[in-house]
Write a protein that binds this ligand. Structure first.
Ligand code: FMN
Length: 177
C-alpha cells in the first residue's frame, strides 16, 4: 500500500471483530512506532500491550462512559498504551517534547496498523491515575494515549479536514479574519 493511500484511508475505528491477533503482527506495528524520530533520539516512549481480558477490562474502565472510544476498547482483542518518560526528553522554550516524541510514535503505530489492515483509535480522554495504578505503570511515566488494535468491523467515513489554503502559507503569512 502506497504511504499516501495509508494517510488518506486511515480512520479511527470504534468497532472490532472478535478475532485474536498474532504476537508477530502486534510486534510489527510496534516496530513501526519505535522507528519514529524523537528529541535527541532519546526515544522516551514505552508501550504496554494488553491481551488478557481482565487487563483490557481494567483499561476500558478508565474511560468515561461518554467516551466513544470505550466501546472500541471493550471489543478489540488488543489494547496498546503509549507511555512517555518526560525525563528522557527535552524542554525548549516551554515546549515539552515528550508529548511530541510519543505522539509521533503513536502516529507511526496507527498508520502501520492501517497498512496491515488493522484498526486503531487514538484515545486521549481517560483517567490516567487510575490506569497507572491498576496496570502497575511506574509513577514517573505519563500515559499519552491508548488505542484498541484489531480487525475493523466497520468502515467509517472520512472526517472533514481543513483545506490546505486555510492552513498552509507560502512565503507570506496571510492573515485571516
Ligand atoms: C490527541 C487525540 C485524542 C483523542 N481522544 C479520543 C478519545 O478520547 N475518544 C475517541 O473516541 N476518539 C479520540 N480521538 C480520535 C479523534 O476523535 C479522531 O482522530 C478525529 O475525530 C478524526 O477522525 P479520524 O481519526 O477517523 O480521521 C483522539 C484523537 C487524538 C489525536
Amino acid at each position: 500500500m502506497d504511504i499516501f493511500d495509508v494517510f488518506r484511508d486511515r480512520r479511527s475505528v470504534r468497532r472490532y471483530r472478535d478475532e485474536p491477533l498474532e504476537r508477530e503482527t502486534i510486534e510489527e506495528v510496534l516496530h513501526a512506532a519505535r522507528l519514529a524520530p524523537s528529541w535527541k533520539n532519546q526515544q522516551c516512549w514505552s508501550f504496554l500491550v494488553l491481551t488478557e481480558a481482565e487487563k483490557r477490562l481494567q483499561a476500558t474502565e478508565a474511560l468515561h462512559e461518554d467516551n466513544p472510544g470505550r466501546k472500541a476498547l471493550a471489543q478489540a482483542p488488543v489494547i496498546i498504551l503509549v507511555c512517555a518518560d518526560p525525563q528522557l526528553s527535552g524542554v525548549e522554550d516551554g515546549k515539552e517534547y515528550y508529548m511530541a516524541d510519543a505522539a509521533t510514535a503513536f502516529a507511526h503505530l496507527c498508520l502501520a496498523a492501517h497498512a496491515k489492515g488493522l484498526g486503531t483509535c487514538w484515545i486521549g480522554w481517560f483517567d490516567e491515575d487510575r490506569l497507572k495504578t491498576q496496570l502497575g505503570i511506574p509513577p514517573h511515566l505519563r500515559v499519552i494515549g491508548l488505542t484498541p488494535l484489531g480487525h475493523p468491523d466497520q468502515a467509517p467515513s472520512p472526517r472533514p479536514r481543513k483545506d490546505l489554503d486555510q492552513i498552509a502559507h507560502f512565503d507570506i503569512w496571510r492573515h485571516q479574519p
